[in-house]
Design a protein. Structure first.
Length: 80
């Protein structure tokens, strides 16, 4: 993901949650359009409870692959 350098490994210490959500939402919309011919509306809004995040973008130390997988499953089920 753009904007920072990772030191390696699967954990991203500055995982941009909103960006991951937006990418997954777009992929699911495309998949739905291909399979069903309909494109669901998916709105991604980001809020930071900490308040000190850069530009209000929530970031956390997490494994982006797992976050993408979890979100894809939730959105696929929601868009049926």
């Amino acid at each position: 993901e753009a904007g920072h350098v990772r030191s390696g490994g699967i954990i991203d210490p500055h995982c941009n949650v909103a960006e991951v959500c937006q990418v997954v939402a777009f992929r699911i919309q495309e998949r739905c359009a291909t399979i069903t011919g309909r494109t669901p509306t998916v709105n991604v809004e980001a809020f930071s409870a900490a308040g000190g995040d850069e530009h209000g973008i929530p970031r956390l130390s997490y494994v982006p692959f797992f976050l993408r997988y979890i979100l894809e499953e939730i959105l696929k089920n929601s868009c049926r």
